[in-house]
Design a protein around this ligand. Structure first.
Ligand code: IPD
Ligand code: CA
Ligand code: CA
Length: 256
């Protein structure tokens, strides 16, 4: 936890040196962008992790990786919410998750613009800047604030979460597409959001957030209520109370 926190803070400070300044953007796909800030932050984080855990497997979004047979895998998203960052919108974070034997066990999500440090350990609970966190107590979807996101292939692939979102927005109190999956999950752990779902995610988007939600007493599953594998791409995370109801609507919205 200490190592991941130090790495996340270092990367956050590095990112803030470039925030709201003109930076050079490259395109990975039609709308999927990346910059030297994403890459620089990843290098910083991997340096910290490698130095302390030379035997662990480490996978970063921007290609930095050490792949081995270890049952401990670090998933690193050096800059989640990169589209926000590139436009100057102050909603992005650093996300570092540790999966042990398939279970998201530790999550550190650092939001540098607000100096919010979310830490979740499935054995010790979750905290924000050292203060314990717990998921919300909202009991119905009708009263819930929900978040989601849309995949980078949304312009060309009809399987783009639009129908599901169109369905669910009619059944909840509000629906947000804030643009950083790791923060969506961190905000569920803080009780600020009651639930979140998304499809076509990568393990570095969710590993830390899944650990956070679990550590804060919430529930995380795939779209059918089964235990989540962070590499599956599908995630439903809630305060637990609204989980069955959100699952029902995620499934109903998938058939439209
Ligand atoms: C993206 C964000 C976004 C989510 C996408 C992710 P990136 O990550 O988390 O909210 O909808 O699925 O790929 O590209 O900003 O690291
Ligand atoms: Ca991401
Ligand atoms: Ca990213």
């Amino acid at each position: 936890m200490e190592v991941a926190v130090a790495a996340a803070r270092a990367a956050g400070h590095f990112i803030m040196e470039y925030w709201n300044r003109e930076i050079e953007i490259e395109y990975k796909g039609e709308v999927d962008l990346v910059s030297h800030v994403d890459r620089g932050a990843e290098e910083l984080i991997l340096g910290h992790l490698r130095a302390s855990f030379p035997d662990d497997c480490i996978i970063g979004e921007e290609g930095g990786e050490i792949v081995n047979e270890s049952s401990r895998i670090w998933f690193v998203d050096p800059l989640d919410g990169t589209t926000n960052f590139a436009h100057g919108v102050p909603h992005f974070c650093v996300s570092i998750g540790l999966v042990i034997a398939g279970e998201a066990s530790l999550g550190v999500v650092y939001e540098p613009t607000r100096d919010f440090l979310f830490v979740g350990d499935i054995d010790y609970g979750a905290s924000l800047n050292g203060r314990p966190l717990h998921v919300s107590k909202t009991e119905t979807l009708d009263r819930s604030l929900i978040a989601t996101g849309f995949p980078y292939d949304r312009r060309t692939n009809p399987d783009n979460n639009m129908d599901r979102a169109g369905h669910i927005i009619r059944h909840c109190q509000g629906l947000r597409r804030a643009g950083a999956a790791a923060l969506d999950l961190a905000y569920v752990s803080a009780g600020w959001l009651d639930g979140y779902w998304e499809d076509k995610l990568h393990p570095w988007d969710v590993a830390a957030g899944v650990a956070l939600v679990s550590a804060a007493g919430g529930r995380v599953s795939d779209f059918h209520g089964q235990a989540i594998n962070v590499s599956d791409g599908r995630c439903v995370a809630t305060n637990g109370l609204i989980h069955p109801e959100l699952l029902t609507h995620v499934q109903a919205g998938s058939h439209h």
